[in-house]
Design a protein around this ligand. Structure first.
Ligand SMILES: [Zn+2]
Length: 81
């Protein structure tokens, strides 16, 4: 596992707090820094926003661990093209 994967895992884990603007500013800036260089996570964030628009709420448990794992695999596949 490399550092980039760790950052992606972290982002996925913190995305709910991020979307609720519940993160400390330093954390938020760190995630935004990652988003600026990771199109997989940008796509994931956009997907979460669409889910929220569709449901009208932020799902409390948006990504169970197995789904999270699949998303990360999809990111990796997407990145390696
Ligand atoms: Zn990422």
């Amino acid at each position: 596992m490399n550092a980039e994967d760790m950052a992606c895992r972290e982002l996925v884990a913190l995305i709910t707090e991020y979307l609720e603007a519940a993160l400390p500013q330093s954390e938020q800036e760190r995630l935004e820094g990652h988003l600026s260089e990771c199109s997989g996570c940008r796509a994931y964030l956009e997907q979460m926003r669409q889910t929220i628009r569709t449901l009208g709420i932020l799902p409390k448990e948006p990504v169970p661990p197995d789904v999270r794992e699949k998303l990360l695999q999809a990111f990796r596949a997407w990145k390696s093209g």
